[in-house]
Design a protein around this ligand. Structure first.
Ligand code: FES
Ligand code: FES
Length: 158
């Protein structure tokens, strides 16, 4: 039986009826058309589906929508402060050429946001460890690491 739930996503409240077994990823993408959050493996291995819940990065493919009730969900659509500006991490990903295939990028950005919140000045090793749950199978991680270093510098100046 469906359950009526309210989800707080990027500061907006969405009321919807969902089966209790549906994942947050399915509800975001299929019901709410917030397709910036990707679905890769569906088993918690690739990080493409990463969102923030109460500021912490989680795999939305492993989280039930009903578990996210009464919590603060942030998706890639909610990263930019407004329609004119990007988040510094998004800017740095563009400037450093770190947006490679586009498929893994939203998850990488969400994990980066969590990493920089925990550790505003991470070393390269810490950045690589922070991104260890986000897989890129094509061009590698160097530009992504450069982008996160750059974003950290920008964010520390504010
Ligand atoms: S789709 Fe969730 S970790 Fe791969
Ligand atoms: S999987 Fe996205 S750039 Fe490699």
């Amino acid at each position: 039986m469906k359950q009526v739930i309210t989800l707080n996503i990027n500061g907006d409240c969405y009321e919807l009826a969902v089966h209790p077994w549906r994942t947050l990823n399915e509800v975001l993408r299929e019901d709410l058309k917030l397709t910036g959050t990707k679905l890769g493996c569906g088993t918690g291995d690739c990080g493409a589906c990463t969102v923030l819940i109460d500021g912490k990065s989680v795999s939305s493919c492993l989280t039930l929508a009903v578990e996210a009730v009464d919590r603060r969900i942030t998706t890639i659509e909610g990263m930019a402060p407004n329609s004119e500006e990007l988040h510094p991490i998004q800017e740095s990903f563009i400037e450093k050429g770190a947006i490679q295939c586009g498929y893994c990028t939203p998850g990488m950005i969400m994990s980066s946001a969590y990493l920089l919140k925990q550790n505003p000045q991470p070393t390269e090793k810490e950045i690589r460890a922070g991104l260890s749950g986000n897989l890129c199978r094509c061009t590698g991680y160097n530009k992504i690491v450069d982008a996160i270093k750059d974003a950290a510098d920008k964010m520390n100046q504010h």
